[in-house]
Unconditional design. Structure first.
Ligand SMILES: *Cc1c(COP(=O)(O)O)cnc(C)c1O
Length: 374
């Protein structure tokens, strides 16, 4: 069994994906081919954002957003303590200060009280200027944007939605990547909408930011690539990846639906044995991960060992809170304690998950977990 099986999808759609790649080979427009513009149009339409700017990966997408806002040293950027490293890494990359915020134990997303306390701490105890909240839609589920938007208004902060794990997630009728002032996603192969290499995108409704983003990802170009009006990056999605994504976008909704069916089956078979993931009312997850929470670290070890003995892969996302990462030692300030993150880091376990999982596989995972729990 594979943790996230990418082979099944390729085998199922091999013909059209091969043709799309072949067309790029024939055209030899490997960078900035027509497929890139077409993909940006389709992604913007899917998400419900005015602008989509594709780039080289989800980490660059976050950095480009901070650069477009001219975030600089002495600026505080609030980041959940429980997320992939990139969400915080980009903050020191632009010279600013990451302030880690605790999460909610139920949804694994940013905790609103902790966020408010962190902002108040920075305002009253430091000389930093609060500027941005990086809001992560962890494991596929959107964060609580209605309340986060109110906090952002109260303190005059920008919202950067990191939807790297949640492309296809929804609140009501609205899709992820439409909730931030700027929103970003990743097309890393194992993400909900993955390409066949690295890729990412930035979304916004703001015309001025969009123009800056287009410039920043091509060496800070002005009227063309050889007229440079700011310091930028070299961060483009190549034509091959765009061609693959255009094909995959056509069956993406079906895949998200299939993921939700797999999640429902896991829920049904596990709800009486372990703490299953909580998806809030009115929200749709796109299920980058199906992550359960065990009683304690010892129980997690027991379950992991049993799964391994039964030939079933599993993974711990994430074992270490951001504020404990050595890389941030000289950069971040501690504004609030993050007990929920510590709690979850010790107990969380992500199970094999993808849209093409068969009933027999789901059953095998659940039986192995039940065996471990006795
Ligand atoms: C994967 C991921 C990223 C970074 O995406 P890359 O394309 O790998 O650079 C950023 N944030 C989160 C939450 C992620 O899971």
């Amino acid at each position: 069994m594979e943790f996230r099986d990418l082979k099944k999808q390729y085998q199922l759609h091999k013909k059209e994906i091969n043709e799309a790649i072949q067309a790029v080979l024939e055209s030899t427009n490997f960078i900035s081919g027509n497929q890139v513009k077409e993909l940006e149009r389709k992604l913007a339409e899917y998400v419900g954002a005015k602008h989509c700017i594709t780039c080289a990966n989800g980490t660059d997408a976050l950095q480009l957003a901070l650069m477009a806002w001219e975030i600089e040293p002495q600026d505080a950027v609030f980041v959940p303590d429980f997320t992939f490293f990139s969400s915080g890494e980009v903050v020191p990359l632009v010279g600013a200060v990451p302030v880690f915020v605790d999460i909610d134990r139920e949804t694994y997303n940013i905790d609103l009280d902790s966020l408010k306390r962190a902002i108040e701490y920075v305002l009253h105890n430091t000389k930093l200027r609060p500027r941005v909240i990086v809001v992560v839609d962890l494991f596929g589920q959107p964060a609580r944007y209605q309340e986060i938007r109110e906090i952002a208004k109260e303190y005059d902060l920008l919202i950067l939605e990191d939807a790297a794990q949640a492309f296809g997630g929804m609140i009501g009728e609205k899709k992820t990547c439409s909730f931030g002032d700027i929103s970003t996603t990743s097309f890393f192969p194992a993400k909900p909408l993955g390409c066949y290499g690295d890729g990412g995108a930035v979304f916004t409704d703001d015309d001025v930011w969009a123009e800056r983003l287009r410039s920043l990802c091509v060496h800070g170009k002005g009227s063309d690539k050889y007229d440079n009006i700011r310091i930028g990056m070299n961060s483009r999605l190549d034509t091959m990846q765009a061609a693959v994504l255009l094909q995959k976008l056509q069956f993406f909704e079906e895949e998200v639906e299939a993921c939700n069916r797999v999640a429902a089956k896991y829920d049904e078979r596990l709800s009486d044995a372990v703490k299953i993931p909580v998806v809030l009312d009115n929200m749709r997850s796109s299920w980058a991960q199906y992550t359960i929470c065990l009683k304690d670290g010892e129980e997690r070890e027991r379950v992991t060992a049993q799964l391994q003995a039964d030939g079933i892969p599993s993974a711990v996302y994430y074992r270490k809170p951001m504020h404990r990462q050595k890389a941030f030692a000289d950069w971040s300030i501690e504004a609030v304690s993050c007990e929920n993150t510590e709690y979850i880091c010790e107990r969380c376990l992500s199970l094999p998950f993808h849209p093409y999982m068969e009933d027999a596989e789901i059953n095998a995972v659940c039986e192995s977990i039940r065996k471990a729990l006795g």
